[in-house]
Ligand binder design. Structure first.
Ligand code: AMP
Ligand code: TRP
Length: 359
């Protein structure tokens, strides 16, 4: 029985202000997965334009941010020779497959997406149609490569569930045709063995930094769009800025608890402990073991030193790589060419499955 080849896919939008949440929740974990999987990492520029131009900044800003995010991938340790790094819009097959998924996904499914509600805000009539169908394009990104594993932060969980629903509906709607063309991979669905064309992708979410919170408000996630720059540590912040932001981070007045249970109902303390844990690649228990009972006046400087030690080299490397736009562009071009070959293989099959005539 054939099985799906294991493959990792993930993406980040080029909307500026790449921050510690993006790094700890996503990019750092991508780096680790390179050891055991073939990986495809994408700068999702087509997703960026789903919001108002005032948010994504217009053409010059989009180009700048696309290169900057690429530089962040490379500076963090992603190897563009062994794996694939590219910007989404280069590979037309994503948009083509997204159209098919627009016709597979149901309005009701998309109506439940909390990210759309958050981003559209009160003025839903004025949100772009692209913002509404955003999750279908995301499913297309993943399934154009029939990727089996997707490492993301906690906030993307619902979108990955939708990706599975889309894959499942496509597989069942076209099951006869998939079998007739011999394109099915046998998979178990309850008691039945069915021939699936798309895998049901596994989310890879977790660890102490799956949801890094704002430094100003432990109940809100750290976000690119927060108006307060003090709320986040940007990957390009220098050492002094990182230290200052951690010193100024909101906390309560109690010392750190002596066990992790004591972090419940203390969102700011929990967040800082989680960040420390992720930066040393350990769990919160380890950090509480070392710092339990200590005041923030002790813990914050230790965290600031650690953050500077881990992040400053990445920022320096990002600056070095960004200075050479032609190198960054060459990485994206090469990655795009390799990605397109893989995606076209999938799309040829999809066209046949649906009944679109092609040569
Ligand atoms: P985005 O900036 O929305 O394109 O997100 C890029 C990646 O970073 C996604 O995998 C997100 O889930 C992840 N991410 C964004 N914000 C956070 C956060 N505050 N904590 C953890 N992961 C995050
Ligand atoms: N929606 C993701 C985010 O905002 C970015 C993204 C687009 C993505 N396509 C993807 C993530 C495919 C993983 C896989 O963070």
């Amino acid at each position: 029985m054939s099985t799906f080849e294991q493959l990792v896919f993930s993406g980040v939008q080029p909307t500026g202000n790449l921050h510690l949440g993006n790094y700890l929740g996503a990019i750092r974990r991508w780096v680790a997965l390179q050891e055991d999987y073939n990986c495809i990492y994408c700068v999702v520029d087509q997703h960026a334009i789903t919001q108002a131009m005032s948010v994504w900044g217009g053409p010059a800003e989009l180009m700048r941010n696309t290169r900057e995010v690429t530089a962040a991938f490379l500076a963090s340790g992603i190897d563009p020779k062994k794996h694939i790094v590219f910007n989404q819009s280069r590979v037309r097959q994503h948009a083509e497959l997204a159209w098919v998924f627009n016709c597979i996904a149901r309005m009701g499914w998309l109506n439940r997406m909390t990210q759309f509600k958050d981003k559209a805000g009160k003025d839903r009539e004025n949100a772009s149609v692209g913002l509404f169908t955003y999750p279908n394009l995301m499913a297309a990104d993943i399934l154009a490569y029939r990727a089996t594993h997707v490492p993301v932060g906690e906030d993307q969980k619902q979108h990955l569930e939708l990706t599975r629903d889309i894959a499942q509906k496509f597989n069942t709607d076209f099951s006869g045709r998939i079998a007739e063309l011999g394109l099915g991979v046998e998979t178990q669905s309850g008691d039945e063995t069915i021939a699936s064309f798309f895998p049901l992708t596994e989310p890879v979410i977790g660890g102490p930094a799956a949801r890094v919170m704002s430094l100003r408000d432990g109940t809100k996630k750290m976000s690119k769009s927060d108006p307060s720059d003090l709320s986040r540590i940007n990957l390009i912040d220098d050492a002094d800025t990182i230290s200052k932001k951690i010193r100024k981070a909101k906390t309560d007045a109690e010392p750190l608890p002596s066990d992790v249970e004591g972090l419940k109902d203390r969102p700011e303390a929990d967040n800082l402990v989680g960040i420390y844990a992720a930066l040393i690649d350990a769990n919160k228990e380890k950090v509480i073991g070392d710092f339990g009972g200590q005041q923030f006046s002790v813990f914050k400087p230790a965290l600031a030193d650690l953050a500077v030690e881990r992040l400053a080299p990445i920022a320096a490397e990002m600056r070095r790589i960004s200075a050479d736009a032609s190198y960054v562009d060459a990485v994206l071009k090469d990655g795009g060419e390799r990605a397109a070959l893989l995606a076209e293989k999938t799309l040829r099959n999809v066209r046949d499955i649906i009944g679109f005539l092609q040569d």
